[in-house]
Design a binder for this molecule. Sequence first.
Ligand code: DGT
Ligand code: CA
Ligand code: CA
Ligand code: ZN
Length: 579
Amino acid sequence: MTHNRAIAERFAQMADMLEIKGESIFRINAYRRAARAVEGLTEDVAALAARGELTNIPGIGKATAEKIVEFLRTGTMKAYDELAATLPPGLTTLMAVPEVGPKTALLLYEQLGITSLDALEAAAKAGRLRDLPRMGPKTEENILRGIAMVRRSAARRPLGVALPVAEALVATLRETREVDAIEVAGSLRRRKETVGDIDILVTSRSPERVMEAFVAAPPVAQVLSHGPTRSSVILDVGLQADVRVVEPASYGAALQYFTGSKEHNVALRERAVRRGLKLNEYGVWRTKDDRRIAGRDEAGVYNAVGLPWIPPELREDAGELEAAEAGRLPTLVTVEEIRGDLHVHTTWSDGASSAEAMATAAKALGYAYLCITDHSQSLKVAGGVSVEDLRAHAAVVRRLSDRLGIEVLMGTECDIGPDGALDYPDEVLDDLDVVIASVHTRFRMSRDEMTRRIVRALETGRVDILGHPTGRLLGARDPYEVDIERIVDAAARSGVALEINASPERLDLKDTDARLARERGVRLAVNTDAHAAAELRHMPLGISVARRAWAEAADVLNTLSPTALRAHLRGRRGARRRR
Ligand code: DGT
Ligand code: CA
Ligand code: CA
Ligand code: ZN
């Protein structure tokens, strides 16, 4: 639907340009409506044009339809180009800032020559806007905040940011009596590590009321469009959210369609066509007699094309249709199957909660065990623990288990030195229940050096889990250069589990690497790396990654019962002693 976006964008800009020039409100609104109409299409506008159905779209008139056809044929719109030539380029980008309307945009240009967000930001920071008519220090502040929001909303946001926001929004909407069914769709339902926007689907007998509740919801910062069955807003965190109300008879088909991915949908539709069926966001039809055979619920849509329901996390056209066809879909691991967390920090290093508080919180989550893994001695910036203190902590931890009624294991997050050496002597490591090894320093090695460094650490035979294996911070730090395949193979050889670190900033390993590891027989450990008791609640984020890696309970180390986990850990230490 690349045409749709390009055309909608041109129409929206034409409306802005006409507004800057003070043209008639009727013309301006005609372009705004057309932009929204094209933006809201669920089909490629080229297909509609080919069938001569453009003017059937509400909001598209004869003049705008002609411009669409012209664009599809030539890739340009003469009216747009002519209009753009009369104004300095960049002026309409200023209007993306909520505080800046057409009059202000023109004023900024004429008085200060401003035509870009960067220039606007510089002028506001320098206090050069406050002397313009109708402006003051307060406006400068608002403009700066608006610029920050525009910039934020241009970027994809991490799952850990978007998910709670979406869940709160769904909870708010559910409170309005008019909402019947409601669900998050899109990349968020597939639990992708970053999302472009929040897509929500609703059924309701009074869609208008739902739309009113939505655009008035507390986290809404700006209303982009407000229609009878579809509205779009920007939330205060800078994320766009779209809500659509659909007919109950189409709810399953709409949920399937808007969950995506696009690639999965394309493959599913091709499958439908091969079976003499037509599939779209309204339902599934038999082509020969145009009879609708599914659409109300999502499982029905998959069943109609001869497949079992496919979990959203798998819908990436990465083998899930073939697996479904063959009856070999995995039984994905669930958060309920997790028996404990094996990577947490306490006040003994850089955590905010005591070991006792962490264990109490873990017990409240229903866990059978928790492993305390503070930083090792060299990592001074994170309060690395000396050998002496580590022994003292171990004694405290042993007593906690009896007192609190949850098995508290003693471990370490042991630093991997630049040469691959571990940060405690062997005999100290051998006394611990769990050894996590992680890279925290010297990220800028060559790919080969970094790979050999980590492989060497795994091959000491003293590591149980490789922590946050690529070191990335979502949206903040790229993973270090490393050959993940060689790491996976070394982990397989030495029986080391690879961590899926559930911290919202990390989600490391990522889904595709975790899937590779699992396919090569490497166990995964899903841990929160909590630095405070409340962060133990991040586990579902890590589970999302594990599910996107097709992991079943048996693939995940911390689904083991306490007895089985102990046996596994002891077995590793025993094997070492026999060597
Ligand atoms: P995002 O928002 O970039 O994180 O990713 P999505 O997957 O949520 O994408 P979005 O919000 O543009 O659209 C939601 C779903 O709608 C998408 O996953 C699949 C469906 N969809 C959107 N455009 C198309 C299209 O051109 N063809 C097909 N078959 N499906 C589409
Ligand atoms: Ca989306
Ligand atoms: Ca969307
Ligand atoms: Zn770490």
